[in-house]
Ligand binder design. Structure first.
Ligand code: ADP
Length: 400
C-alpha cells in the first residue's frame, strides 16, 4: 500500500487529496487559500481527516510554505509517520499545449516545458509549476506526475481545433482550440461505458456536459474527444458563473472606445472572465443556487440569467449532436450538472425533438446514473466527476 497525493495548485490556492493506493481510498484532504496574501478573517487552511474538519487562519507566504504546513499537519494527525510514505504526487496542469497528449512523469525537462507553456495559460501554469517545485524541493524522492487539462482534447481533428484565421497564427503563434476540463470529460465518458454493456465502446457517441462554476461541453466518439466548447482559453463556449462564453470579438474595441473604465483589451477580457456570465446578467450572484432562488422569487434578472444559461448549453449540445450525427447519451457532471434538478430539466425539455426525455421520478436531487425515461432515444446520465482520482490513478500507472 502506498500513499499518493493529488494536487491542484492555483495562483493563491493549493487543493490536495491524499489517497491510499491502489485501494483508491481518500484518507485526508484540504485546501490552502489566499497564499501570498495578507492574513485576513478568511479561514485559509482546511484539513479534513476522517470525520474531523479543522480550519485555521495562518499567513502562508508561498506554495513551499503551504506544502511544509501540509506535510507537518499530516504528521501531526498521524496520517503519516514519515514523509517518505508519500511515494507519488500527481499535479493538475492546465495547459499542455500540443506537447502533452497524456500525463507525464515530471523531470527537469518536463518541468521546464510546463513553465514554457505559461503563455497559453498565464494565470494557471506558473501556479501549477510553483506547486510542482514546492513538492520537488520537499519530497524529492516521490514520483511526480503532471496531468494535463488539455490532454484528453488532443484527439480533436484539425477541422475542429483550428480557428478560421490566417494560417500563420496557428503555425507561428499556436493559436488554436485547446479546450479544458479534459480530465473530467475523460473520466465521465469512461464511466458512461458501463451503461452500454452491449455496445462496442468504439461506437459509443457521448455528449459530456461539465457544468460547474466553469463549464464546458464535449463531443466524445469512441472514447476520444472530437470537439469541445472551451477554446484557446477557458473563456470560450457556454455561459458560465462569471465567464461570458461565446462572443463576437468586435465588441472588444467597441467597449474600450465607449467605456472610460476599460483601457485595453486585457481589461475587457478580465471583465468577460470575472464579471460576466450569470453574475453579469443577474447582478446578483455567479452561483446557480442564488439564480434559482432569485428566479423562484420572480426576480427578472435572475430569470433572464437562467434562460440565457440554458439557451447556451442547449445550443452546444445541439452542435455536438450534429458533430456526432446523433448521440447515445448526454452526461451531466460538476456542481450544477450533478446537483440541479431544474437546470437539467430545462436543458433536456428543450431537446425533446432529438429524442431526449427525463423521468421525473429519476431526475431528483442526489440522483446518479440514468435519469431519462426507458424509451428516451438518447440516455441522460448523471455521473459525478472525480478529477483527483484520475490524477491519483495516473500516478500509479506511471510509477515505476
Ligand atoms: P468548479 O468549476 O469551481 O470546480 P463546481 O463544479 O464545484 O465548480 O461547481 C460549483 C457550482 O455548482 C456552484 O457555483 C453552484 O453554482 C453549483 N451548484 C452546487 N450545488 C448546486 C445545487 N444544488 N443547485 C444548483 N447549483 C449548484
Amino acid at each position: 500500500m502506498t500513499k499518493t497525493l493529488a494536487v491542484n495548485a492555483g495562483s493563491s490556492s493549493l487543493k490536495w487529496q491524499l489517497y491510499d493506493m491502489p485501494e483508491e481510498k481518500v484518507i485526508a484532504k484540504g485546501i490552502f487559500e489566499r497564499i501570498g496574501l495578507p492574513k485576513s478573517d478568511i479561514q485559509n487552511v482546511t484539513f479534513k481527516f476522517g470525520d474531523a474538519k479543522e480550519e485555521s487562519s495562518v499567513e502562508v507566504k508561498d506554495h513551499t510554505q503551504a506544502v511544509q504546513i501540509l506535510l507537518d499537519d499530516l504528521k501531526a494527525h498521524n496520517v503519516l509517520s514519515s514523509f517518505d510514505e508519500i511515494t507519488g504526487i500527481g499535479h493538475r496542469v492546465v495547459a499542455g499545449g500540443e506537447l502533452f497528449k497524456e500525463s507525464a512523469l515530471i523531470d527537469d525537462k518536463v518541468y521546464q516545458q510546463i513553465v514554457d507553456l505559461s503563455s497559453l495559460a498565464p494565470l494557471h501554469n506558473p501556479a501549477n509549476a510553483a506547486g510542482i517545485k514546492a513538492f520537488r524541493d520537499l519530497l524529492p524522492n516521490a514520483t511526480a506526475v503532471a496531468v494535463f487539462d488539455t490532454a484528453f482534447h488532443t484527439t480533436m481533428p484539425e477541422k475542429a481545433y483550428r480557428y478560421p484565421l490566417p494560417t500563420k497564427y496557428y503555425t507561428d503563434y499556436n493559436v488554436r482550440k485547446y479546450g479544458a476540463h479534459g480530465t473530467s470529460h475523460m473520466y465521465v465518458s469512461q464511466e458512461a461505458a458501463q451503461y452500454f454493456p452491449d455496445k462496442d465502446p468504439k461506437d459509443l457517441k457521448l455528449i459530456t456536459a461539465h457544468i460547474g462554476n466553469g463549464a464546458s461541453i464535449t463531443a466524445v466518439k469512441g472514447g476520444q474527444s472530437v470537439d469541445t466548447s472551451m477554446g484557446f482559453t477557458p473563456l470560450a463556449g457556454v455561459m458560465m458563473g462569471t465567464r461570458a462564453g461565446e462572443m463576437d470579438a468586435s465588441v472588444i474595441p467597441y467597449m474600450i472606445a465607449h467605456d472610460p473604465d476599460l483601457k485595453d483589451a486585457q481589461d475587457v477580457i478580465d471583465l468577460m472572465n470575472k464579471q460576466s456570465g450569470l453574475a453579469g446578467i443577474s447582478e446578483k450572484s455567479s452561483d446557480m443556487r442564488d439564480i434559482l432562488s432569485g428566479r423562484e422569487e420572480g426576480d427578472k434578472k435572475s430569470i433572464l440569467a437562467f434562460d440565457m444559461y440554458i439557451d447556451r448549453v442547449q445550443k452546444f449540445i445541439g452542435q455536438y449532436l450534429a458533430v456526432l450525427n446523433g448521440a447515445d447519451a448526454l452526461i451531466f457532471t460538476a456542481g450544477v450538472g450533478e446537483n440541479s434538478v431544474p437546470v437539467r430539466k430545462a436543458i433536456v425539455d428543450g431537446l425533446s425533438w432529438f429524442g431526449m426525455a427525463l423521468d421525473p421520478q429519476k431526475n431528483v436531487f442526489g440522483a446518479t446514473g440514468i435519469i431519462s425515461t426507458d424509451d428516451s432515444r438518447v440516455k441522460v446520465i448523471v455521473i459525478p466527476t472525480d478529477e483527483e482520482l484520475v490524477i491519483a490513478r495516473d500516478v500509479e500507472r506511471l510509477k515505476k
